[in-house]
Design a protein around this ligand. Structure first.
Ligand code: IMP
Length: 421
């Protein structure tokens, strides 16, 4: 079985938690795009793990794969491996495989990202992790790959060719950075340590599927941050939609069995870009405080708003979801009425689907319907039937309006706080 999980909004939907919950049913969990701009929080047995690169299934026995479509900062990966080891989770080469072609994030990518963002008149609000510039190098065929840092001679040769142009690019942006010899040595040391982890991800996955194994492809960020279909320019630099899992992991689309969308009971966004239902008031404060809506990677407060059906509808189209996981329903407790955005008004017209351009989305005025809220703390609910009537109505209405089944409901960060609907 091949299942793809993606975020249906702007990231931070709680994918890590849902992957962690499903991981016990899968033999392999594979990351297919993004880098350490992602942040997955997994809470297990009272411990909170904040992961950026290692797939969320790490706390189970599944084999973990980092695919060639990702951009990987090897220093961050080493830190995560060390942090997990301190907590008794050994990430050995039999547990984790990294594709030989995975793009390596170099210090100059981080410098370029930070400098470029500081020069932008209209900011994107990137995570400053060098993501965009690492992908530029992939497309520009100037990338350094996992296989390069694992081979000292190849790495040095590659750097000789690439480093001068990067140093010039940094200079052009007003910076001054030379790649220090100590930094090169550090990458070579890490390369030696990571060499045993190198694998051919596509080959592994296709073989596993042939043997009837279960594979879970774990997306990072969210649908509307997709580089092709998202709210440009306020997007990340990779394709975050489900189809990207096939292309990036090298698995044919006919092999896909399920596509699960993770969607919050409200909406959030970090960084800049349109968010029609944003609440810059006490409702937004309630969602941010109760939902602990602060970035896992940057600590930035997330912008919060009501559930946006037009954006959800587009996400369903872009991903072809076969089912949804609705997260953070508990955060809505205490809000009354609840507002649900069912469409937009723009230039005197009503829309039930987002306009294509970011500038137009930014001009959209949400059309809301009011729904009755509930006061009860639902974080201990263990089944759909346990929920207050108005919470059940909220879920059922969302399901009806989206036309996709909500298979899982989550009411808190802990492992036990998710149930099947
Ligand atoms: P970048 O991916 O660092 O280039 O940032 C581009 C945009 O994507 C910014 O608005 C970031 O805040 C956003 N972004 C990147 N990764 C995540 C994530 O994991 N969750 C939410 N937003 C993200």
């Amino acid at each position: 079985m091949f299942t793809i999980i993606t975020g249906a909004q702007f990231g931070d939907e709680g994918k890590g938690k849902i992957v962690d919950m499903l991981a016990s049913q899968y033999d392999i969990v594979a990351r297919f795009q993004g880098g350490d701009n992602a942040g997955h929080t997994v809470v297990a047995e009272g411990k909170t793990y904040k992961l950026h690169l290692i797939p969320s299934g790490v706390l189970f026995d599944a084999r973990l794969l980092i695919g060639p479509g990702t951009v990987m900062n090897p220093k961050i990966l080493m830190d995560e491996i060390a942090m997990l080891a301190e907590n008794g989770v050994e990430v050995t080469p039999s547990r984790l495989g990294i594709d030989a072609k995975t793009s390596i994030i170099m210090p100059y990518h981080v410098a370029l990202d930070t400098l470029r963002e500081s020069k932008r008149a209209v900011k994107i609000g990137t995570t400053s992790r060098g993501i965009g510039f690492a992908y530029i190098d992939k497309v520009g065929r100037d990338e350094i790959q996992m296989a390069d840092i694992a081979d000292e001679n190849r790495f040095r040769k590659r750097l000789l060719e690439i480093a001068p142009q990067k140093e010039n690019a940094i200079k052009e942006l007003g910076g001054d950075m030379k790649i220090a010899r100590s930094e090169v040595d550090e990458y070579i040391e890490i390369g030696k340590k990571l060499k045993p982890y190198i694998t051919d991800v596509s080959k592994e996955i296709n073989l596993a599927l042939k043997h009837g194994k279960n594979i879970l492809a774990e997306g990072a960020q969210g649908t509307h941050l997709d580089i092709i279909h998202g709210t440009q320019k306020f997007v990340t630099s990779s394709s975050t939609v489900a189809g990207s899992a096939c292309a990036s992991l090298g698995v044919g689309p006919k092999k896909v069995d399920k596509v699960i969308g993770v969607i919050k009971a409200y909406i959030t966004r970090v960084g800049e870009g349109p968010l029609p239902t944003e609440q810059k008031n006490e409702v937004g404060e309630h969602l941010r405080e109760k939902g602990r809506e602060f970035g896992t990677t940057t600590g930035r407060p997330r912008r919060c708003g009501w559930f946006d059906l037009p954006l959800a509808g587009k996400s369903i189209n872009l991903n072809g979801y076969t089912g949804l996981a609705l997260t953070k329903l508990d955060v809505l407790s205490g809000l009354n009425p609840l507002k649900l955005c069912i469409g937009y008004e723009i230039d005197g017209k009503q829309l039930d689907y987002p306009p294509e351009l970011s500038d137009d989305i930014a001009r959209c005025k949400p059309i809301y319907i009011d729904l009755p809220g509930w006061k009860e703390d639902i974080s201990g609910a263990e089944s759909f039937q346990n929920l207050p009537e108005n919470a059940r109505l909220y879920i059922e209405l969302l399901e009806e309006l989206m036309g996709v089944e909500i298979e899982y409901v989550s009411v808190g960060p802990g492992r036990k706080q998710t149930f099947m609907k």
